[in-house]
Every structure is written in structure tokens, then in C-alpha cells.
Design a protein around this ligand. Structure first.
Ligand SMILES: NC(=O)c1ccc[n+]([C@@H]2O[C@H](COP(=O)([O-])OP(=O)(O)OC[C@H]3O[C@@H](n4cnc5c(N)ncnc54)[C@H](OP(=O)(O)O)[C@@H]3O)[C@@H](O)[C@H]2O)c1
Length: 340
């Protein structure tokens, strides 16, 4: 029986992580206990730790951050029929949806994580690092494009219609490109000049440098666009998408909010996309994601993962890793192993 669980406890806004031994929870009905071998530090986690940013919820402190991880199933609760002890999985918890129950903290910045079985996907022989690199940001992209903008599922698109992904260089952007391509659209993206070859490999037909002075004109000439998504979410990108929608208006999705003047005929879709599948109102899409689409993508290696750097040092290294992500020092993702 599992007896020790080290966790990175976040005492609250402005305070640093404390790595300490925590109680081992055992799975209730419909839950599993997973030994967690990989976490990727997401910008959301870093912002929550370093700025007190609440994300989807106001956390109840002390809290355990991180909603996504990859590891091996160690215990099964009642009524879990599709998973077995020993399964290799990637998973997402309700840590940011529930706000953190002090007795059963579900964040993934710990060694042993309780997770609802419906948000666990099997990864077959894929490395844990590769699985965590893909799940959270790909899910963000698919939820934004499919659930909230109405783009179809793979194979249902029209190759004569165009999709614009702004900020395709990041993880969410890179996966948004690959998803939209798999649906069947032509892709126009903005990325930095050094990223052109990779963007073309991922599926972009046109890559425009988002720092070029004529970026708006070039994107206008390449349009019109059926779907528009800013995966960097910065205000410049949002203003550009508003301008591209022009007098006809329309809508675009953004990973971030912020104060942008929107004409009455333009809608900005900005939500905590990464947490949507934790909600029962989206249980249909959740079943497709964890039971069908994500395992297929991971096991058949259907998407190219973003680059990552392995940060040694386990949970105690999360504080500095988060600062590095927050300060924009990291290209790709930083991955840590909570068992070290
Ligand atoms: N709403 C949600 O549910 C949700 C979910 C996940 C993430 N997010 C947010 O989405 C953002 C991206 O997340 P991520 O995981 O993709 O981050 P990431 O992988 O760290 O992406 C960072 C990369 O994006 C590119 N970039 C940065 N600023 C840019 C700008 N102003 N314009 C265009 N490209 C820019 C840069 O690549 P190049 O230098 O190569 O251009 C940078 O290296 C974060 O702010 C995150 O908090 C929101």
C-alpha cells in the first residue's frame, strides 16, 4: 500500500512553495490514484504562483497547483471499469475548477494524485513527458476551436476555407494549427521568422511574421477567414483580429482577455478553455476527448509535440521553473518529474 506522498504546497499569494509530506488519499467512487511522473509548467500555473492570478477560480489556500500530469494508475475506486492498475496514463484534475478542497487536494504538483476516471486517457507506450506536453495545450486549442468557435472534428473541414491562428509559435498555437489542419482547413498563421519551417511542417500554408510592420495588410490579403484564434492572446493580436473582421464583424477566440474595444458586431470568445472538459455540461465532448481522440492522437503520434527541456530536481525545482516560465526564458515547455 502506498504510504508517502510529497507535495509542493502553495501557502498563498506572494509565498513560495513548500515541499512537504502530505496524506495519501485513496480513490472514492469513480476516481483513481495515479503515481505522477511528469508535469509541464504551464503559463497559468506560473501566473497563479507568482502573481496570485486566480485563473478559473479563487484557490483555497494552502493549495496544490497544476491540473495536468502523466503517470501510472496505482489504485482504483469503485465503479472504475475502463482503467486497470498499472495503466500508463495522462490526466487532468479538477484542482482549478473546485478551487482546491483542503482535505483532498487534486493539483498535480505532487507525487500521488487523485483524479476522476473520466478525465484520464491511456497513453500506451508513449513517454510520460511527451503526453504532458500535448494534453493540456492541445485540449485548450480543441476546446476553443471546436467547442466554442464551432469548428468540426477531424476530416470534416473544407480545404477551400481558411483559418487564422495568431501566435502559432507557442504550445496552444502549435496544436491549434495541427488540429485545424486535421479538420481539413487551409492554415494561415503568425509566428516568428525563425519558426517558418516548423509551421509549414505542422500544416501552415502561409506564415507571417507577427512582428513585421505590414502584418495586418498581409493577413488581410490572405483572408477571408472562417475561424480566427489568437493563441498568444496579447492585445495587439486581438486588435488585429477585430480589424480583420472588418465592417461585417464576426467572432474570434482568444486565450487571454484584457481591455480591447470591441465593435458591437464583434464577439470575443475568451474562457478558461483548459478547464471546460471538467464540467459535466460538456460530458459528451469529455468522453470523446479522453476515451477516443486523445488516446488515438498520443498512441498513434498524430501530432508533433512542442519542444521541451527536462528540469532536474523534482518538486523543489518548481519554484524556479515557474519563475523562468513567467519571465519568458523558456522556449517550449519545462517538464519535471515529481518522483525525483
Ligand atoms: N484560456 C485558456 O484556457 C488558456 C489555456 C492555456 C493557455 N492559456 C494562455 O495562453 C498563452 C499561451 O500559452 P502556451 O502554453 O501556448 O504558452 P507557450 O507555449 O509558453 O508560448 C509562448 C510562445 O508564444 C509566442 N508568443 C509570445 N508572445 C507572443 C505574441 N505577443 N504574439 C505572438 N506570439 C507570441 C512565442 O513564440 P515565438 O517567439 O516563436 O513567436 C513564445 O515563445 C498563455 O498566456 C497562457 O496563459 C490560456
Amino acid at each position: 500500500m502506498t504510504s508517502e506522498n510529497l507535495a509542493a504546497i502553495f501557502p498563498g499569494g506572494g509565498k513560495v512553495l513548500e515541499v512537504t509530506s502530505c496524506p495519501v488519499n485513496h480513490p472514492a467512487k469513480g476516481e483513481v490514484l495515479i503515481r505522477n511522473y511528469a508535469v509541464a509548467v504551464q503559463p497559468l500555473d506560473a501566473k497563479m504562483l507568482l502573481t496570485g492570478y486566480g485563473g478559473a477560480v479563487s484557490l483555497n489556500y494552502p493549495a496544490i497547483l497544476g491540473t495536468s500530469g502523466a503517470g501510472i494508475v496505482e489504485e482504483l475506486g469503485e465503479d472504475v471499469s475502463l482503467l486497470r492498475i498499472g495503466d500508463r496514463v495522462v490526466f487532468d484534475t479538477q484542482a482549478y475548477v473546485k478551487g482546491g478542497d483542503a482535505n483532498r487536494r487534486e493539483g498535480t504538483w505532487q507525487q500521488l494524485v487523485i483524479c476522476g476516471a473520466e478525465t484520464v486517457a491511456k497513453i500506451g507506450g508513449l513517454e510520460f513527458e511527451q503526453a504532458v506536453l500535448i494534453d493540456f495545450p492541445l485540449q485548450t486549442a480543441v476546446v476553443a476551436l471546436h467547442l466554442f468557435l464551432g469548428m468540426g472534428k477531424p476530416g470534416t473541414g473544407n480545404s477551400k476555407e481558411k483559418v487564422l491562428i495568431w501566435g502559432a509559435g507557442g504550445a496552444v498555437g502549435s496544436y491549434a494549427v495541427q488540429y485545424a489542419k486535421s479538420v481539413g482547413y487551409e492554415l494561415v498563421v503568425t509566428a516568428s521568422a525563425k519558426d517558418v519551417d516548423r509551421q509549414k511542417r505542422l500544416g501552415a500554408s502561409e506564415v507571417v511574421d507577427y512582428k513585421a510592420p505590414d502584418v495586418v495588410d498581409r493577413l488581410r490579403l490572405l483572408g477571408p477567414y472562417k475561424y480566427l484564434f489568437t493563441a498568444s492572446g496579447d492585445l495587439t493580436s486581438q486588435k488585429t483580429l477585430v480589424s480583420l473582421l472588418g465592417s461585417e464583424g464576426g467572432r474570434f477566440a482568444s486565450v487571454l482577455g484584457g481591455d480591447v474595444k470591441l465593435p458591437s458586431n464583434v464577439e470575443r470568445v475568451y474562457l478558461p478553455f483548459s478547464q471546460a472538459l471538467q464540467k459535466d455540461q460538456y460530458s459528451g465532448l469529455r468522453s470523446w476527448w479522453y476515451g477516443d481522440y486523445l488516446p488515438k492522437v498520443l498512441q498513434e503520434r498524430l501530432v508533433e509535440a512542442v519542444k521541451f527541456t527536462k528540469r532536474e530536481g523534482g518538486l523543489p525545482a518548481l519554484q524556479q521553473a515557474s519563475a523562468d516560465v513567467f519571465e519568458g526564458k523558456i522556449r517550449g515547455k519545462l517538464v519535471l518529474n515529481p518522483q525525483e
